[in-house]
Design a protein around this ligand. Structure first.
Ligand code: FPP
Length: 253
């Protein structure tokens, strides 16, 4: 890694919400002939560098894809190991998160998680509810299609009970029933380990997100890698369906 100083970015140009698909823990471990869980353990350490970077630069929302609904298909030993690691990581870092005024949230089906994960997480969510330096949103037992399905069920119930007319179903009424309701849409999605797919992560919310694919495996994702991804984001021209001239009126002359 270069010893160049990290580039500073104008706060106005930073994303308001960063989502990260933390991929490559297994490959990082295999390349070193280590157990996969060691890759996850080293990956868990990286989370706190990114959290610190977000707080230091004023990025207010960070969503991390920690465990997908599809990850249950992994060997039982790995699933249990990941849950134990998650619980340990939370316990070891909670005071640091609270001191830095991080508000913890979870999206996904937390109720289906084992008690030893669910209970401390709910306590941490409650203990951090008044914090406002950073919303740290952990996508746990999360899948975007499942999230949309639940929102559709709620809409159907509200229409059936007469609370909502079918013609009043619009993006706002859908968005307000998603688990991310109230948060800005992610404007930057980072995926480590080189693959270019969203894997059922924040599919609707990412409609206009810039996607930055980073070659490094997640356990190698340093503050410098994060800063480089932020810099790449600032270079993207975001048009939201409009023309370049509309986005930059000075180009007209
Ligand atoms: C992807 O790597 C990573 C995960 C499935 C888990 C991410 C979890 C952590 C960073 C640790 C913290 C854990 C919790 C539960 C909070 P992969 O295993 O898919 O890597 P591979 O594609 O190289 O096999």
């Amino acid at each position: 890694m270069s010893t160049e100083p990290l580039p500073t970015i104008n706060p106005a140009d930073l994303p308001k919400h960063v989502g990260i698909i933390m991929d490559g823990n297994g490959r990082w471990a295999s390349a070193r002939k280590l157990p996969r869980l060691e890759g996850h353990r080293r990956g868990a350490e990286r989370i706190f560098d990114v959290v610190d970077s977000c707080i230091d630069q004023g990025i207010k929302n960070l969503t991390l894809f920690a465990f997908s609904v599809e990850n249950w298909k992994r060997p039982e030993e790995e699933v249990n190991g990941l849950f134990k690691l998650g619980e340990w990581v939370l316990r070891a870092n909670l005071s640091r998160l609270l001191k830095r005024k991080v508000r913890l949230r979870v999206i996904g089906d937390l109720e289906a998680m084992p008690d030893f994960v669910k209970i401390p997480l709910k306590e941490a969510i409650a203990a951090s509810a008044e914090n406002d330096a950073l919303n740290l949103i952990v996508a746990l037992n999360y899948g975007a299609r499942q999230e949309v399905t639940l929102a559709a069920q709620k809409l159907a119930q509200d229409v059936a009970s007469g609370k909502l007319k079918p013609e009043d179903v619009n993006w706002q009424s859908i968005e307000s029933r998603l688990q991310t309701s109230g948060l800005p849409d992610p404007d930057l999605i980072i995926r480590t380990s080189g693959e270019s797919r969203l894997s059922n992560f924040l599919l609707l919310q990412s409609a206009y997100a810039e996607i930055v694919i980073v070659k490094a495996h997640w356990p190698d994702f340093t503050k410098e890698e994060f800063q480089a991804a932020l810099l790449e984001f600032t270079k993207r021209e975001r048009r939201f369906g409009m023309t370049r001239e509309q986005i930059q009126p000075t180009l007209k002359s």
